[in-house]
Write a protein that binds this ligand. Structure first.
Ligand code: PEP
Ligand code: MN
Length: 362
């Protein structure tokens, strides 16, 4: 047999490459169709059984010269690329996605307070609303530091049913009274759909706590009010699950959603949770929604609050949530992680929000 020249062989290979590409494109089109069918039916994109069956069938027909191992690797790459194709196609449809909205979402509160507009915001206040006197001391101090958004729980999700559960409606009334007196906006938690309308009457931002990130009925209800919502990441949830929960609110008609990274549960015990710093730029890349970092619940301690606040801002956070109390030692909840008021002021200075003379730069 006449030996073929290198040029001829290369031409053959070039032709085969194009045929493979053509087949891959055809395969990709079928994959997209399957992706849409699965999304419609609410089925999981990845089906490991189907993948194993396909591989088995392919390897049975392998006539060489490539080893089964090499063929397996090649097809694994094809399967992976197909998975990405489906994810990208389906994700285009998600309202949280940068693919559906390229520009950053900015949440506007009364008094031209903006979240996600470039300047970081501070949400500060005690873990729980305890009394009018307590909130008076804290609210006046926050306002003197230039803080615009005050936090405080009236409905408290406590791990033990025997600990302080919050002042409920009375707590909301106190929050509003102090906020109005000192020109502050309020962020406070709503835990139950039955309380939503009442909390929305008092709050400027509704907080959904980590424990309720999976409470889909509550998330759906939030779609029906227009009040901005800050959704906290569940302590055992992936970023995808987190964003899907945001989608519940967005898809029901409330576009004012803020994401909050507040640490996830790991084996580490020297912090209450582990702040997932990588979540910040990833969420900012994947989504147009503002991202706030709650350093208090992430840490459960105060001594490293400053470097962690700096790290969160350096990673691209749109703001910081931090717990502060006029006397953390007597706080009815989360005493260990609340900064004293002077410590809070020190943190503001360190992160560049108060200048040397104590003038606020917010
Ligand atoms: C809170 O901010 O009051 C709170 C309970 O936080 P988390 O839901 O993140 O635990
Ligand atoms: Mn707390």
């Amino acid at each position: 047999m006449k030996k073929r020249s290198l040029t001829d062989l290369r031409k053959e290979i070039d032709g085969i490459n194009l045929s493979i590409l053509d087949l891959l494109s055809k395969r990709g089109e079928f994959v997209q169709e399957i992706g849409f069918l699965k999304a419609e039916k609410g089925m999981e994109t990845f089906n490991p059984t189907r993948e194993a069956e396909m591989l088995e069938g392919i390897l049975k027909k392998n006539r060489g010269p490539y080893s089964n191992d090499s063929i397996k690797k090649l097809f694994k790459h094809i399967f992976e690329a197909s998975m990405t194709l489906i994810e990208e196609e389906v994700h285009k449809e998600f309202l949280f996605s940068r693919k559906s909205k390229a520009d950053n979402s900015v949440i506007e509160l009364s008094g031209s307070v903006k979240i996600g507009a470039g300047k970081p915001v501070i949400m500060a206040g005690p873990c729980s609303v305890e009394s009018l006197g307590q909130m008076e001391k804290i609210g006046s101090y926050l306002s003197s530091c230039g803080v615009k958004i005050m936090r405080g729980g009236a409905f408290k999700p406590r791990t033990s049913p025997y600990t302080f559960q919050g002042l409920r409606k009375k707590g909301l009334e106190i929050l509003r009274e102090i906020a109005d007196k000192y020109d502050l906006r309020i962020i406070t938690e709503v835990m139950d759909p039955r309380h939503l309308d009442m909390v929305a009457e008092y709050a400027d931002i509704l907080q959904i706590g980590a424990r309720n990130m999976y409470n889909y009925e509550l998330l759906k209800e939030l779609g029906r009010v227009k009040t901005p919502v800050m959704l906290k990441r569940g302590f055992m949830s992936t970023l995808q699950e987190f964003l899907y929960s945001a989608e519940y609110i967005l898809s029901r008609g409330n576009g004012n959603v803020i994401l909050c990274e507040r640490g996830i549960r790991t084996f580490e015990r020297w912090t209450r949770n582990t702040l997932d710093i990588s979540a910040i730029p990833i969420l900012k890349n994947e989504s147009h929604l503002p991202v706030i970092v709650d350093i208090s619940h992430a840490l459960g301690r105060t001594d490293v609050a400053i470097p962690i606040a700096k790290a969160a801002l350096a990673a691209g956070a749109d703001g910081i949530m931090v717990e502060t109390h006029y006397n953390p030692a007597i706080a009815l909840s989360d005493g260990d992680q609340q900064l004293s008021l002077p410590e809070f002021r020190g943190l503001l200075k360190e992160i560049g929000m108060l200048n040397e003379d104590g003038i606020d730069l917010m």
